[in-house]
Design a protein around this ligand. Structure first.
Ligand code: BGC
Length: 513
């Protein structure tokens, strides 16, 4: 009889374990949504997620991660067709280049066409001027265009800009053209390069991988009746570096953090494996000691930077899982998506918004970084600014309570703090490998103590407090590594405005001068 009794208890336990909702129902209350079980309090969830996102961001942990990332960089600098890509630009601009150029900038969410005038570094910021610019939104429809269809779309926008705007002195078709391309590209000359996989939700590379980018654009323009020749192609990270280096010769690195992320470095050729230079001419090697290298930084950090279940979820449902681990945790395209996944879990398990999912966020990528920025910057006692914004942009059954707004704000803070810390780690690692080489190669180390990094992108330049936070993480990492009495090297993150479009013009100016 005792045995029968024990078996009955075991059966009951088994059925409870097989159905966790039964377990939860003993200690939880029903939310307003029919059938939803609230399993934990919002504060409890907030504590757990904050711990996961920020507790490990101590200076010593960041330094450990930086050391691991340095090994990843060194490895890819020797052989990888996808990242640490040396360009053909070996010299930085002298600052004396001048003329009027047509610059194209294919970014993650806009395509811009501009006439740029360069008048020399001696003119200060007036040395670079955008005479005329048109900006065309790249929405989901454009992102989904495949192969040549995307280039035909570009050509129609270039044509509209050239034919609809006021005349310029130089005949349009003879203007030298520079292109800034915000995707990886394996350069085969200063004006050509092979299309590689494209992130940021673009389908353009489908079916044309390995084809020449310059040829594709010229052919599309030809179909539109435009006779153009692309003279220089640079990744947007290199464009950013070039644009600031035109005005300030101390700039040797760049950082982009907007829809996507990346960094470029002017680094010694000797640090890069020979096979990475492809079959370029011996005359190029004879002239080049240094080379602007597109790191494709977004592709690093995979096995180094700790992830949460939300990152795993995002990665699993991404069209290119594991392609750009650092990008998925730091950029404008993904910060909002991480928060959206947190919100969905909070709705389901902690009764956020009364257990109701606002219709506006049911689909992936429907929360943008503005949402986080507004929450974080709202210092009003009742978070009225954030509340008004939420009401305007999302349909709620009931207005979010103050407690709910505080939860959202805390989550936004944690996600952006982690992004700043991971970004700082990857920059510190990049700066450190350059330093090791300089220390080996150069006897006079005084020139190494200040590095200016040109920064472009909405997150690094506009997100409240982001650049400062990133800068302070970098400073802490550097000073922790210094010995007593040593001069502490400085890294300055400096905003570079309109850098991609101006840099495209500088790139072409450097090669035609
Ligand atoms: C691309 C890079 C680009 C960066 C910033 C990344 O997703 O792979 O080529 O420089 O975004 O736009």
């Amino acid at each position: 009889m005792v045995l029968g009794y024990l078996k009955a208890i075991l059966r009951a336990l088994e059925s409870i374990l097989a159905c966790p909702a039964l377990l939860a129902s003993r200690s939880s209350r029903r939310s307003s949504r029919e059938g939803l079980i609230q399993k934990r309090s919002l504060q409890d969830l907030e504590r757990e997620i904050s711990r996961m996102l920020v507790d490990h961001l101590t200076t010593s942990n960041l330094l450990m991660m930086s050391a691991q990332m340095q090994r990843q960089y060194q490895d890819k600098l020797q052989s990888s067709p996808h990242c640490m890509l040396p360009s053909y630009n070996h010299t930085l601009p002298s600052g004396n280049e001048s003329g009027t150029y047509l610059a194209l900038d294919v970014g993650g969410s806009t395509f811009r066409v501009a006439l740029v005038s360069l008048r020399g570094r001696h003119q200060g910021v007036d040395g670079m001027k955008i005479i005329r610019m048109t900006s065309h939104t790249i929405d989901e429809d454009v992102r989904s265009l495949q192969g040549t269809n995307f280039f035909d779309w570009m050509a129609s926008r270039i044509k509209a800009t050239l034919t609809e705007g006021p005349d310029v002195d130089t005949p349009h078709h003879t203007l030298p053209i520079g292109l800034s391309w915000s995707f990886p590209i394996e350069q085969t000359s200063i004006r050509g390069g092979m299309i590689q996989n494209m992130g940021k939700g673009f389908n353009c590379a489908n079916g044309i991988l390995g084809q020449d980018l310059g040829d594709l654009i010229e052919a599309a323009c030809g179909r539109s009746g435009l006779d153009v020749r692309i003279d220089a192609i640079v990744n947007d990270s290199s464009a950013t570096l070039l644009s600031r280096a035109y005005l300030d010769p101390c700039t040797t690195m760049s950082l982009i953090l907007g829809t996507g992320m990346n960094a470029a470095v002017h680094m010694p050729v000797s640090q890069i494996g020979l096979e990475k230079f492809g079959s370029r001419d011996a005359s190029w090697h004879a002239q080049a000691d240094m080379v602007i290298t597109n790191t494709e930084l977004s592709m690093f950090g995979g096995s180094v930077l700790p992830k949460t279940r939300f990152d795993d979820q995002l990665n699993r449902s991404h069209v290119l899982p594991d392609f750009q681990p650092l990008e998925y945790m730091t950029t404008g395209r993904y910060l909002g998506e991480i928060i959206r996944l947190i919100i969905l879990e909070a709705i389901e398990t902690a009764g956020l918004f009364g257990g109701n999912i606002p219709a506006s966020i049911t689909m992936p990528y429907t929360l943008d970084t503005t949402f986080l920025a507004i929450l974080e910057s709202d210092t009003t006692p009742h978070m009225t600014r954030a509340s008004l914004y939420l009401e305007k942009t999302h349909a709620f059954n009931t207005v979010p309570s103050f407690e709910e707004l505080c939860f959202l704000k805390a989550m936004a803070e944690c996600v952006s703090i982690r992004a700043a810390a991971y970004l700082a780690t990857s920059i510190h690692a990049l700066w450190s490998i350059g330093r090791v080489t300089e220390e080996n190669d150069v006897a006079n180390t005084t020139t190494m103590d200040k590095t200016t990094i040109a920064c472009d992108g909405s997150v690094i330049n506009k997100y409240p407090g982001f650049r400062e936070l990133c800068q302070s993480y970098i400073a802490k990492m550097i000073s922790e590594k210094q010995h007593k009495g040593q001069i502490i090297p400085e890294i300055h993150l400096e905003p570079a405005h309109e850098a991609a479009i101006l840099g495209a013009a500088v790139a072409v100016a450097v090669c035609v001068s």
